[in-house]
Ligand binder design. Structure first.
Ligand SMILES: [Zn+2]
Length: 364
């Protein structure tokens, strides 16, 4: 498409709200034209993006719930997490026979070049900043020293902390940096750290009281430390993501393994944990796979996920293949490493033991 631009096109004000309406209207048109059962393919408007079934790859032609294409309002970029198509709004619209008027095109180009160039690391891989700017997480996270002071914690390698040191060593945890110990109340703090080593959230593992695990979001930490809660919308977003362990350290362009608990996530490369079964992993990406614990709750959650077309870990296949007694009824990845070490069994790489096929449900 060629544009005949006049100087006035550059001066015309474009209202962003109106512009969004125009874009989402055009997407709706494209979807009506492309997908026969449009009602099923209805886009999902989210705050920061318009989320819909990708017209490039068909996306949801197999499954009506799959909506992996997105137009991000910040920068007006198009990205599909299924086929990995990444392009500008202008190119996206023209690929499906739609066009903006000249002043809108200028507006889109300006916003796009200003924003997207900063946020996309390369054409193919999308980094975390598509979801949230990492500098925002750093801004709101709390220095570890302040957490230690407030909760009266000591470092794991302090001489008097032999018991908890052994506990962690028995669980193959070698990075003491992500832990703090509350000797008085006998509880372990497990930190979700940013790249700069600040605390975004933490999970408390109680040894003497119930419940056994208590997850603290950023907002809860602010409240307990009596720090005024910023009214900024970005703080709210940061807090919502603060219990997603590994959010600052995960490579979003690679396969992500999602484990039930943070300790397991520390043992697996590029893994994250949403601190429990009930918390859904918030990112709508296709390069993820789930490893819930091998127990009744974990198994039923995995069955639920595989029915949705998600990739899950095939525990029965894995433990049979490495030669662990299949009649064990409760295992997590930490247990597997422990058993393998004590019985000198060779651990197999987990990579070949995930499946998104319903026919493999038998092995979950
Ligand atoms: Zn696609």
């Amino acid at each position: 498409m060629t544009l005949n631009l006049t100087p006035t096109d550059f001066n015309k004000e474009v209202d962003d709200t109106q512009f969004r309406k125009k874009i989402t209207g055009l997407v709706d048109e494209i979807l009506r034209e492309r997908h026969s059962e449009h009602e099923k393919q209805k886009p999902y408007p989210r705050e920061e993006r318009y989320n819909f079934a990708c017209p490039y790859c068909g996306d949801s032609s197999k499954d009506a719930t799959k909506k992996r294409a997105n137009i991000y309002y910040k920068g007006y970029g198009f990205h599909c997490y299924n086929c990995k198509t990444h392009t500008s709004i202008e190119k996206f619209l023209s690929d499906f026979g739609k066009a903006l008027d000249s002043s809108e095109t200028i507006y889109a180009r300006n916003v796009h070049s200003e924003s997207v160039s900063k946020f996309v690391t390369s054409e193919k891989s999308v980094d975390i900043s598509y979801f949230i700017d990492p500098t925002i997480l750093e801004k709101y996270a709390i220095p570890k020293a302040a957490i230690f002071k407030h909760w009266n914690l000591t470092e794991i390698d302090a001489p008097e902390n032999g018991w908890i040191r052994k506990y962690l060593k028995d669980r193959h945890q070698t990075n003491n940096n992500v832990f703090g110990w509350d000797k008085k109340l006998t509880r372990l703090f497990i930190f979700n750290l940013t790249l700069e080593g600040k605390v975004l959230g933490f999970q408390v593992r109680n040894f003497k009281t119930e419940p056994k695990y208590v997850t603290h979001t950023l907002e809860m930490i602010y409240k307990k430390m009596e720090i005024a809660i910023p009214t900024d919308k970005l703080f709210e977003e940061s807090s919502k993501l603060s219990f997603i362990f590994g959010i600052s350290t995960t490579d979003f362009s690679e396969m992500i393994t999602i484990t039930e608990g943070p300790l397991d996530s520390f043992l697996i490369r590029n893994a994250m944990s949403a601190c429990g079964l009930e918390n859904e992993f918030p990112f709508d990406i296709s390069n993820k796979r789930y490893m819930y614990d091998y127990d009744s709750a974990g198994t039923s959650k995995a069955l639920e996920k595989i029915k949705e077309g998600e990739s899950v870990f095939l525990w029965k296949k894995y433990i049979a293949d490495i030669g662990i007694n299949i009649y064990k009824n409760k295992l997590d990845y930490t247990d597997v490493v422990t058993i393998a070490k004590s019985t000198k069994i060779n651990l197999l790489p987990i990579n070949g033991f995930f499946s998104d096929s319903k026919y493999d449900a038998f092995y979950i």
